[in-house]
Design a binder for this molecule. Sequence first.
Ligand SMILES: [Cu+2]
Length: 157
Amino acid sequence: MTTHTVHFSYLHRPLLRGLLALCSLFAAPAWSAEHVVRMLNAGTDGSMVFEPAFVHAQVGDTLRFEPTSTGHFVRSLAVPDGAKPWLSEEDQPFVVTLAHQGLYFYNCPPHLMMGMVGLIQVGEAVNHAAATAVMKSTQGRIYSHGARVDSLLALVK
Ligand SMILES: [Cu+2]
């Protein structure tokens, strides 16, 4: 009986180790973060801003737009392939699930002319060229604070 038990555990030890290693793989950090971007009449970067205007997130994270000041909402202008464009309602919190890697460029339509734009980078900037093109053409429609577009692009890693 004792001999049999020893034999059994000897045989299965490598298998158990393998299973444990496999389990730790799946138990690896898999939490997702929630980022918060406030919509403000005045912030550290001047008037009519998203704060922070640039967010670097990971796939699976969520981002919540908080209507801290009134009169704002958010619409995406460029999203990665596969991601759904979004449009929120004025003065309502809005949550976006960042399921696809790439750059998400967005604005507050009533304040686009005042440079109320923001950028989210999720993982790698796989759509860098396409997003940059949209950002540059949008910049031409901004009356004040157009340089915010360049500042955002400079933050892409
Ligand atoms: Cu606004």
